[in-house]
Write a protein that binds this ligand. Structure first.
Ligand SMILES: NC(=O)c1ccc[n+]([C@@H]2O[C@H](COP(=O)([O-])OP(=O)(O)OC[C@H]3O[C@@H](n4cnc5c(N)ncnc54)[C@H](OP(=O)(O)O)[C@@H]3O)[C@@H](O)[C@H]2O)c1
Length: 311
């Protein structure tokens, strides 16, 4: 049974498990890599910059020389890089126990685009992970008790972040760019995707489960686009430290009691802080019609059609 305050002591041994963590060189991804390696997992640190990735791996190894880490290149803002990552992963590994879709970019001041021309938050946070996951479903299906844990955000339901909607008329923010709305949309898309994928996997009796999490407000590099006041002062005064903030996704990724479809987040101070528990996401995030619509568009935009078999 979990302790009252679920923490990393509740994570069972991860020996013999292979775990991919996206955005593993910084913030929550780096801390999650450290913890999963300490629990005995082989951690694939998926990073867009190999130098930063190697530096992060060295940092983990400084305190844990036995950490079993493999730094691999993955730029979620480039479909070619995602396909290359998947091909390399399939060459090297024949199991995948946990996929942690964690990487994210927040609110660039000016609209930025991915290699294929999508607005970067929709493109990398959502479409990139949509494609990555689809390419790895086969190996997840082959691995007993495997799961996917998806990192979302509390802002998926906040008015200041777009009223928590998917803006189908202008998914790519070509007509008018609002950095906060674009981030909010991408984080709602993460949730719609997670729940829909869990339903689709269950419908073919796959044993792969999908969970989601949000880290409240956690002190990382994520808020850098908001300038010194937010990213340094506010972060240091009000945010959880990265050890606490990472517990949410770590629980989503490892708690053996979860069945799929759960959302894990902190419960104190309006879900900004606290230990990880099962929480509710917005009503819209559970809307099956909305998630199907997003799914169809995501398949069209990535050019990737999911193949489900329960292997
Ligand atoms: N911190 C919070 O309060 C908070 C709240 C809600 C949700 N989240 C979510 O938590 C997740 C982790 O963020 P964090 O707080 O740990 O922030 P962070 O320290 O900025 O880490 C974000 C990670 O994502 C990577 N990344 C960004 N774009 C990428 C791309 N195109 N391809 C591959 N990797 C990419 C970054 O790589 P580089 O270092 O190379 O940029 C970095 O490793 C994000 O999904 C974020 O939306 C965080």
């Amino acid at each position: 049974m979990a302790t009252i305050h679920w923490n990393d002591g509740d994570i069972p041994s991860q020996k013999n498990k292979v775990v991919i963590i996206t955005g593993a060189n910084s913030g929550i991804g780096l801390e999650s890599s450290r913890v999963m390696a300490a629990k005995g997992a082989k951690v694939i640190m998926a990073v867009r910059n190999l130098d930063k990735g190697e530096a992060a791996a060295t940092l983990i190894k400084t305190n844990n020389p036995h950490a079993d880490l493999d730094v691999m290149e993955l730029d979620l803002a480039d479909f070619a890089s995602i396909k290359k990552f998947s091909a390399n992963f399939h060459k090297k590994y024949n199991q995948l126990d946990i996929l942690i879709n964690n990487a994210g970019v927040m609110a660039p001041k000016k609209r930025e685009i991915t290699k294929q021309g999508f607005e970067v938050q929709f493109g990398a946070n959502h479409l990139g992970h949509f494609l990555l996951t689809g390419l790895l479903v086969d190996i997840l299906n082959k691995t007993p008790n495997s799961r996917i844990a998806v990192q979302s955000s509390l802002v998926h339901k906040q008015k200041t972040y777009g009223g928590a909607d998917i803006f189908f008329d202008d998914l790519n923010w070509e007509n008018s760019y609002n950095k906060d709305y674009a981030y909010g949309q991408s984080k709602l898309a993460n949730l719609l995707f997670a729940y829909e994928l869990d339903r689709r996997l269950k419908s073919v009796n796959s044993k792969v489960i999908v969970t989601a999490a949000h880290p409240g407000y956690t002190n990382t590099n994520l808020q850098k686009n908001y300038g010194f006041f937010v990213s340094v002062l506010m972060n240091n005064l009000f945010a959880m430290n990265v050890q606490q903030g990472s517990l949410q996704i770590l629980r989503a990724a490892t708690d053996p009691h979860l069945k799929g479809g759960e959302f894990i987040g902190p419960t104190k101070m309006g879900e900004l802080k606290g230990y990880p528990e099962v929480v509710k996401s917005s009503e819209k995030s559970y809307d099956k019609k909305l998630s199907e619509k997003l799914w169809d568009i995501s398949e069209k935009l990535t050019g990737f059609v999911y193949q489900f078999n329960n292997g």
